[in-house]
Design a binder for this molecule. Structure first.
Ligand SMILES: Nc1ncnc2c1ncn2[C@@H]1O[C@H](COP(=O)(O)OP(=O)(O)OP(=O)(O)O)[C@@H](O)[C@H]1O
Length: 252
């Protein structure tokens, strides 16, 4: 791969969901139907995203913009490899640091400390690195988390989970950072820390894909914007062009 080759490449990407229930059959479906879902199950299904094609190059910071429910989070999940597309492909050339869910994949019954070790290890951090970084992670997450670090995470507020999740993921050296609305949850002090961290990671040349409804965050971090409307990618341009389309200033 040369420097200008895409680090993320989507071609004709689409996904189908069944109405009225959250999908929780992923593993079972995969066992029976390979990488595709049950082809007979078409009733009551819909395509939140269809025919998306784009390339993202290393070091780019791209905002995904669109109304509620247009499939922004779904797109990030497909890039992260936790959701399998029903048509098309997404190729990702590099490890992904995902901040997709508010809970950061934490297990409620485990303590904050155990979760940091588990989630860090699942993302490939060695025990040695995790031990060395542990205090820094807890310190980043703030005083409230530090006081509860040996309590089960199910007792944490969503803000506490996000802070601890961000603190762990920010330590990963992975080249691709996927961030879904995480900064919206924190208070002003935490947001300031997040901004500083994101700026540092971008200055290091990481690739960012950011889902946000916050225009300030999008223009602060992203140079490029993908505007998704009606399940299609309708604008792939500067972040301002995508925001203008979102705000209905231009016809798409
Ligand atoms: N697992 C699922 N099963 C069925 N439908 C789903 C599933 N996940 C999401 N959806 C639906 O797919 C559509 C896209 O959801 P998604 O969360 O990706 O939108 P979004 O653009 O991120 O929304 P928001 O801005 O509100 O976060 C929505 O209609 C949502 O209700």
């Amino acid at each position: 791969m040369t420097v200008s080759d895409p680090i993320i490449s989507a071609r004709g990407l689409g996904v189908r969901f069944n109405k009225g229930r959250r999908r929780n059959l992923r593993v079972r479906e995969m066992l029976f139907f390979g990488s595709k879902r049950d082809p007979n199950k078409t009733e009551d299904s819909f395509w939140p995203l269809r025919d998306l094609s784009f390339d993202i190059r290393p070091g780019e910071a791209v905002g995904i913009i669109g109304k509620n429910g247009t499939g922004k989070s779904t797109l990030l999940k497909m890039i992260a490899g936790v959701l399998i597309p029903d048509e098309g492909t997404v190729e990702v050339h590099g490890k992904v640091a995902p901040l997709l869910e508010l809970s950061a994949g934490f297990s409620g019954d485990l303590t904050g400390r155990e979760n940091v070790m588990l989630v860090g290890a699942l993302h490939g951090m060695s025990q040695k690195t995790l031990k060395a970084k542990f205090d820094e992670i807890v310190d980043f997450a703030g005083e409230q988390v530090a006081r509860s670090i040996d309590s089960p995470v199910r007792h944490y507020s969503s803000g506490m989970k996000v802070r601890l999740g961000f603190a762990v993921i920010a330590q990963l050296s992975h080249p691709i950072l996927l961030v879904d609305e995480v900064m919206a949850v924190g208070d002003a002090e935490f947001r300031k820390k997040c901004y500083g961290t994101m700026e540092k990671l971008l200055a290091e040349g990481r690739t960012l894909v950011l889902v946000s409804h916050n225009e300030g965050d999008l223009t602060r971090f992203c140079t490029r914007g993908l505007y998704i409307n009606g399940g299609r990618l309708t604008v792939d341009g500067t972040v301002q062009e995508a925001l203008d389309a979102y705000k209905g200033l231009v016809r798409t």
